[in-house]
Design a protein around this ligand. Sequence first.
Ligand code: NAP
Length: 235
Amino acid sequence: MNIVITGASKGLGKAISEKFAADKQGHSFFLCARNAETLKAFATELQARFPRTTVNFYACDMGVKAEAEAFANWVLGFNKPVDILVNNAGQFVPGSISNEPEGVLEQMIQVNLYSAYYLTRVLLPHMIQARQGHIFNMCSIASLKAYDNGGAYSISKYALAGFSRNLREELKPHQVKVTAVYPGAAYTDSWSGSGVDPQRLMDAGDIAEMVYATAHLSPRACVEDIILRPQLGDL
Ligand SMILES: NC(=O)c1ccc[n+]([C@@H]2O[C@H](COP(=O)([O-])OP(=O)(O)OC[C@H]3O[C@@H](n4cnc5c(N)ncnc54)[C@H](OP(=O)(O)O)[C@@H]3O)[C@@H](O)[C@H]2O)c1
């Protein structure tokens, strides 16, 4: 399969890449993140651990329209149909509407919503024409539930869920699947330094397992929503 994953150098994106790479089918990966060195280090490691895979990578900021579209066109340049697209790149900034700094909402919308919209819109005509593919949008429990310190992050994740639901409706007749993933807290870099006990949270691999399983159903079935929470519930 040809697998495009944004925000792939750490956390959930990294775990999803590793899960697909481990199934030994020799998939081709098209990965991005902003930091070129971290991305290259992960891509090199993935390629070495799973020699049957082909790992391509491209450093870009998915919150910048021109860079997201350049990444999309770089993917198209390989002339391979996209089988899996994981719109995962995102950023968590806690805050409250009343007192978060000016500009945070714009930043959250850029990185958490527009990133997926920009990339998907360039790849979509090709997926529709090929009548295949599966798009995963990394939403959050913060897409479903308001909570203290949700602020702009939660607003942007509600918007991403709206994007995902509309896309699902639009793509039903085109044989392209759409799944919204709504994870609760999973221990990744987003949580390092927070003081939260990693054992209280899910493992990034838990989310990867669900994405992987969902990608392996028959063409007649589409898992529309994946909702996962830590066993003890939300923090
Ligand atoms: N972990 C959780 O508890 C949790 C729960 C619900 C939803 N989520 C969502 O899951 C996604 C991944 O979160 P995570 O916890 O895995 O985060 P993470 O550990 O901080 O990793 C984020 C990844 O995305 C990349 N990235 C960040 N901003 C980017 C941008 N503008 N353009 C391109 N790449 C970018 C990062 O690399 P660079 O820094 O080098 O760009 C990194 O590879 C996010 O959308 C997040 O909102 C996470």
